[in-house]
Design a protein around this ligand. Structure first.
Ligand code: CUA
Length: 342
């Protein structure tokens, strides 16, 4: 099986460089599919030519012979072609699942698109515009949203493209093996500056990456999330230590299976958490009242990312971390008499 395309083939086919294994695998399928299609077309063309010569009309008033096709042979031919198509489907479907499923333990970068730039927020609190920095040999999950219109994150060297939609968070992941600089495009017409919405993906060596990370504080994003949650009143209803309140606690929420009203369940991932901030009534948690307002337009993309990061940091429970004491006032408002001890 072809593992990857050599440089001359990439140039001939006008394909971008391959940044990692995902791109190489996809090119292997692409090349095989095209080669088989070309070979099939060639066989059909040659046979057509042969038949034209072999069975041409030789005399006037010559009639066409009546032929009855062998059912068995037709069955075998159709079966062979079908199994070939199914093999391509299975190969492509496996790749599709691979691309659509971000690996566990991938590094997370939050991406916010707006007219006409890309903004990247890293888990250590750093940000960058239009240039995404990732370390080599590291799988990177991008959690993306748009501030205004639909954009499309297109990194041809990684063979990935994903629409970025306002009010929703979507996932994509990059498989970066080789250090280098790869182009990033917006592939959805998003207004007058669409063609200028260009970026770069810098895959850094371990050494360069350490330099880029230096000085960054890994707790910064979580701290920002806590600050945003306090400022926006989230903590008036959600606790960080697992106590039940007006809304579900954020402790041990991330990655858990949430039971919804109506009996359905959902896994609390970035997409669900974000949807719950933007459209709280879309998926109501069983046993809670529909009292949460929408935060669409009130929270910046970075704050949403930071709050999700805070919730993620609590996935194994709040630990020894001092809980923000539940204000008594809020407890009284619900009419409950339970005392809460800070
Ligand atoms: Cu953003 Cu086109």
């Amino acid at each position: 099986m072809i593992r990857a395309l050599p440089g001359w083939a990439l140039r001939t086919l006008d394909l971008p460089t391959e940044a990692g294994k995902t791109a190489r695998d996809m090119d292997a399928l692409h090349a095989t599919l095209i080669s088989v299609t070309f070979a099939g077309t060639l066989v059909v063309a040659l046979m057509t030519f042969y038949y034209i010569v072999r069975y041409r009309r030789k005399r006037e008033f010559e009639t066409t012979r009546s032929l009855v096709a062998s059912g068995k042979r037709e069955f075998i031919q159709a079966g062979l072609l079908l199994s070939m198509f199914l093999a391509f489907w299975a190969w492509g479907y496996a790749q599709y699942l691979h691309i659509e499923t971000p690996p566990d333990h991938a590094m997370v970068v939050y991406v916010s698109a707006k007219q006409w730039m890309w903004k990247f927020s890293y888990d250590d609190g750093q940000t960058s515009n239009d240039t995404l920095y990732v370390p080599e040999h590291q799988k990177v999950r991008l959690v993306m949203t748009s501030r205004d219109v639909i954009h499309s994150f297109f990194a041809p060297s990684f063979r990935v493209k994903q629409d970025v939609i306002p009010g929703r968070w979507v996932n994509i992941w990059l498989d970066a093996a080789e250090p280098g600089v790869y182009p990033l495009y917006c592939a959805e017409f998003c207004g007058a500056g669409h063609s200028t919405m260009l970026g770069q993906i810098h895959v850094l060596t371990a050494e360069e990456w350490a330099k880029w990370r230096r000085g960054a504080n890994p707790e910064e994003m979580i701290a920002r999330g806590r600050e945003a949650a306090m400022k926006n009143g989230c903590l008036a209803c959600h606790t960080l230590d697992g106590q039940r309140h007006i809304g579900p606690s954020w402790s041990r929420l991330y990655g858990s299976t949430v039971k919804l009203q109506g009996g359905a369940t959902v896994v609390a991932d970035e997409a669900y958490l974000t949807e719950s901030m933007m459209d709280p009534l879309a998926k109501l948690v069983d046993g809670y009242n529909p009292v949460m307002p929408s935060y669409r337009g009130h929270l910046s993309a970075e704050d949403v990312g930071a709050i999700v990061e805070l919730i993620r940091s609590l996935k194994d429970g709040g630990g020894q971390e001092p809980t923000i004491a539940l204000p008594k006032l809020v407890v009284e408002k619900t009419g409950q008499t339970t005392e809460t001890k800070p």
